[in-house]
Design a protein around this ligand. Structure first.
Ligand SMILES: [Zn+2]
Length: 299
C-alpha cells in the first residue's frame, strides 16, 4: 500500500486533521510508512486540492502592503497559487470586516495568519523579488502577531527576479518587464490615487488592488515556469520512496534524464545529464573514474 492510499484509507474513517504533524506521528508509529511520507500526503491533499502526491508543493505568491517597511505598514492582501491549482486565489483584509474596526497596524492579523499557514506547507515558495521583500515582510508581520517563524531558506526559495537577473540580461527585471519578455499576461497598472486610497483602507480601492495582485501571481507563474530550468540551488523533490529513480530536479518538471557529456572538475570527471522535457542540466554524484592513490613521481 502506498503512503497515499494509506492516508486516503485513514480519511475514509476520520475527518481531516487540523494538526497534520501530530496525526502523522501517530500514524507513522503503527505503520511501515515514514512520518515524512504521511505528512507530505496530508499536506498535498489539504491545500493543493489536486489529489496527487506526485507533485512538489510549490507556492507562488505575492503580497500587497501599505508601506515598504513592516514596522510601518501592513499586508492588505495576498494572492497565491499552488502548483497544480487551476487559478489563483486571493486572501484580503476585505474577507475580515471586523478587522476594519481595529486600530491601524493590527488589521492584517488574519491575512498574515492565512499566509503563514500556507508558507508552512510549502516545499518551495516562489515570488518575484520575494527573497528580499515578500518573505521578509511576512516573516516580520508574522513575528509581530506572535506566529512562529516561517522556514525561509535559500534552498526552498525561488525568486524569479533574482533568477532573471542572474541568468538573463534584460533591461530591467521588474515583473512586468520579465512577463512581457516571455509573452505572459500583461498586468494593468494601478493609479497612484488608488494606492493612496488602499493605504487608507478604502474598500473599493482594496478590491481593485486584489485583482491587481491576482494578475501579478498569474504573471509570476508564467515566468517561473520559464525560469525554473536555470536554477541550480533547489532540492530535488521528485525523488521519494515510491519514485526513487533519477528525475529532473525542476519542481515544475520531474522529467527523464539522459546522459549527455561529461562534467569535469579540478578533482575528477562526472557524468552530465540533461532533462528530455525542460533541458535542465544535471550532474552525477559519483566520479566516472576511480583515481589511483598510488604515488607516482612526476620525474
Ligand atoms: Zn526537466
Amino acid at each position: 500500500m502506498s503512503s497515499r492510499e494509506f492516508v486516503l484509507d485513514y480519511l475514509n474513517k476520520e475527518p481531516f486533521p487540523d494538526n497534520i504533524g501530530q496525526v502523522a506521528i501517530q500514524l507513522a508509529k503503527g505503520s511501515d510508512h515514514s512520518y515524512n511520507a504521511i505528512r507530505n500526503v496530508f499536506r498535498r491533499l489539504r491545500d493543493v486540492k489536486v489529489i496527487s502526491n506526485d507533485v512538489p508543493s510549490v507556492l507562488y505568491y505575492d503580497i500587497e502592503t501599505t508601506s515598504f517597511g513592516a514596522d510601518f505598514g501592513e499586508i492588505t492582501c495576498f494572492a497565491y497559487k499552488w502548483e497544480g491549482m487551476e487559478d489563483v486565489k486571493l486572501v484580503s483584509v476585505l474577507d475580515y470586516p471586523e478587522a476594519f474596526d481595529r486600530p491601524v497596524y493590527t488589521r492584517d492579523r488574519e491575512v498574515v495568519a492565512e499566509l503563514v499557514k500556507l508558507l508552512d506547507l510549502a516545499d518551495i515558495n516562489c515570488g518575484h523579488y520575494s527573497s528580499k521583500f515578500d518573505n521578509k515582510f511576512v516573516q516580520a508581520r508574522g513575528s509581530y502577531h506572535g506566529y512562529k517563524p516561517i522556514d525561509f531558506r535559500t534552498s526552498n526559495t525561488f525568486d524569479t527576479c533574482i533568477t532573471a537577473r542572474k541568468y538573463l540580461r534584460l533591461q530591467n527585471n521588474r515583473l512586468a518587464n520579465v512577463a512581457e519578455f516571455y509573452g505572459e499576461a500583461q498586468k494593468t497598472s494601478m493609479s497612484k490615487q488608488t494606492w493612496r486610497l488602499c493605504n487608507d483602507y478604502n474598500k473599493e480601492a482594496l478590491a481593485e488592488q486584489g485583482e491587481y495582485c491576482k494578475q501579478d501571481v498569474r504573471a509570476l507563474y508564467g515566468i517561473a515556469k520559464r525560469l525554473f530550468p536555470f536554477t541550480k540551488h533547489l532540492p530535488n523533490l521528485w525523488i521519494t520512496e515510491e519514485t526513487n529513480y533519477m528525475r529532473c530536479s525542476n519542481p515544475n518538471c520531474g522529467g527523464v534524464l539522459l546522459e549527455d557529456g561529461e562534467y569535469k572538475t579540478k578533482a575528477n570527471t562526472y557524468q552530465k545529464f540533461r532533462c528530455v522535457d525542460c533541458g535542465k542540466w544535471h550532474r552525477g554524484s559519483t566520479p566516472v573514474m576511480k583515481l589511483s592513490r598510488e604515488f607516482k613521481p612526476a620525474y
